[in-house]
Design a protein around this ligand. Structure first.
Ligand code: ATP
Length: 278
């Protein structure tokens, strides 16, 4: 693996069919929505991320897996501007956003659902949603639309967030992110502490999010869940990417090796359908 993306997005040099009309240009002219290059991040002396690179095209769901402390949350926090990078670049829709403050990135469309929900416990459901709209872009999502997505929510709108179950709080945290009208939604450990049936219900909302035009990068400790929903999976181990590829091309043995660091070799790259790995 070279760290360079070679095949994740449509090739802008593809020759159009001479007998047919030119296909419509993809949004963004075929460039990735998110391009992270050689990202290194420290917490004090600790190097939490080491030369991490990944590319996400608009409309994709990609997943980051890895053990506790691998650096997954640090990656999402750095992309969203809550943590400064030591080196490397973060390009969003072709623009360098690496030095923008977090709220400017929200306004650009990068929105995170943090690990542990982080709702304001003394505010109501609706007040928490209103907070999410503070730096909102115009777009399809509104508090009313969130209420349509989670049909139980309107009846509970006046209830304090602290009185909700874990799954309900996760739904409010997702709703709070959606009302900002994200183009890229960063989901950190949605399933943490939730019963499998609740996790399934939360993940059931993904198709509707994607249909509204949202692109997703999620962190998930539940590997099978990540493999189920993502078109591309990355494994982090001690701050380095040790495996990346399409779920259908990753063997359980390769995932286990990358997850636990069982091999002394370099990162494993599963070929993508275009025959390339980052
Ligand atoms: P988890 O699933 O446990 O949240 P993770 O893969 O998200 O793990 P990070 O939270 O990104 O991992 O942590 C990566 C490393 O950085 C760990 O060694 C962690 O202890 C350390 N770390 C994270 N946040 C801080 C911080 N604020 N100060 C110091 N060290 C930190």
């Amino acid at each position: 693996m070279t760290g360079q993306p070679r095949g994740d997005t449509a090739n802008p040099g593809d020759t159009p069919d001479p007998d047919g009309p030119n296909p419509p240009a993809p949004p963004g002219g075929g460039r990735p929505l998110l391009e992270v290059r050689d990202l290194t991040v420290h917490h004090g002396q600790l190097r939490a991320l080491n030369q991490v690179s990944l590319t996400i095209a608009a409309g994709e769901v990609q997943a980051m897996i890895g053990a506790n402390g691998a650096g997954k949350s640090t990656l999402l926090r750095t992309i969203s501007g809550l943590k400064a990078a030591t080196s490397g670049t973060i390009a969003f829709d072709g623009a360098d956003v690496g030095r923008l403050r977090a709220e400017r990135r929200v306004a650009a469309g990068i929105v995170m659902v943090p690990e542990g929900r982080r709702l304001f416990p003394s505010l109501t459901v609706e007040e928490n949603l209103q907070v999410g709209a503070s730096y909102a872009r115009p777009g399809p999502w509104s508090i009313e639309r969130v209420y349509e997505l989670f049909s139980w929510m309107p009846q509970r709108r006046r209830q304090l967030a602290s009185q909700l179950s874990g799954g309900e709080q996760q739904a409010v945290a997702i709703g709070r992110a959606l009302v900002a009208n994200p183009r890229l939604l960063l989901l950190d450990e949605l399933s943490l502490g939730l019963a499998p049936v609740v996790v399934a219900r939360i993940y059931d909302t993904l198709p509707e999010l994607l249909a509204s035009g949202v692109t997703v990068l999620l962190v998930e400790q539940d590997v099978s869940q990540a493999l189920r929903v993502a078109s591309r999976v990355h494994c982090l181990l001690e701050g380095r990417i040790t495996l990346q590829g399409e779920p259908s091309r990753l063997t359980p043995a390769a995932i286990e090796e990358a997850y636990f660091g069982l091999s002394n070799g370099g990162p494993v790259a599963a070929p993508s359908s275009s025959g390339a790995a980052e």
